[in-house]
Every structure is written in C-alpha cells, then in structure tokens.
Design a protein around this ligand. Structure first.
Ligand SMILES: [Zn+2]
Length: 130
C-alpha cells in the first residue's frame, strides 16, 4: 500500500523524476551529437510519456487511494462494506500510462457486491477518476 505523502514530499519526488528525465536526455544528446531536431524531439517525447505516468502516480496515488475511515454503504443493502485490500489499477491516459492502487470493498451480506470508491470500477483511456 502506498504511503500518503505531504504536498511538499510529492513535489520533491516530482522534481527528482523530472531531473532524472532531463539528465537522461543530456546523456542521450551527448551520445548523439549529430541528432536532428526531430530525433531529439522524438526522444524527449518518449521520455515525456514515462515522466507523465510517474507524475500522475505521485499526484494521485500518494494523495489518496480511496481508503475511507468510515466504510462506504453497500449500494444494494445499505450495510457498511468491508475493506478488503488495495488492488492495482492500470490507467492508460492520453499523456501517460500509470499503475495506481485503489481501495477495494466487499459487502459481507451481498455476494458479489464490490466497490472501488469513488465511482467507476472500469476506468478507460481518457476516463475520469471520479
Ligand atoms: Zn450489501
């Protein structure tokens, strides 16, 4: 389970992954001094996608993974649901792919009644997190 971090910690982590990306680009350019602008851009774009995936993970996952102190009510019977575990949640976005984790709840009364708060159980590319 990812540890929630403060905004300052998340910012520091972002600065670190951004710095790493830039360093890699510097190294790549040093090894390809004759690269055209298009080639440099293609290299930067490929890394940007990785960077964005990491940025989204820091921004979303380290803030909140859907665990609630008060259990959500079952949509079927209204009874409090039981937190089971965190489940990996692969998101394919427009700007980057990332592996998130979401809290997973089950209802002790209703067989098969599960919940990933808040909202959608089947996120798709470009889909909302809400
Ligand atoms: Zn129920």
């Amino acid at each position: 389970m990812p540890q929630p971090r403060s905004r300052t910690q998340r910012e520091a982590e972002f600065m670190e992954v951004a710095r790493q990306m830039y360093t890699e680009l510097e190294d790549w350019y040093a090894q390809h001094p004759d690269a055209s602008f298009g080639e440099i851009e293609a290299e930067a774009r490929r890394r940007r996608r990785e960077l964005m995936g990491q940025v989204l993970k820091i921004l979303i996952n380290e803030r909140d993974t859907g665990y609630q102190l008060k259990s959500p009510a079952c949509p079927s019977c209204g009874q409090p649901m039981k937190f089971e575990r965190y489940r990996p949640w692969r998101v394919y976005g427009l700007e980057g792919d990332t592996e998130l984790e979401r809290a997973y709840y089950v209802c002790p009364n209703c067989k098969g009644q599960t919940l990933f708060p808040p909202g959608s159980e089947t996120p798709t590319a470009g889909g909302s997190l809400e």
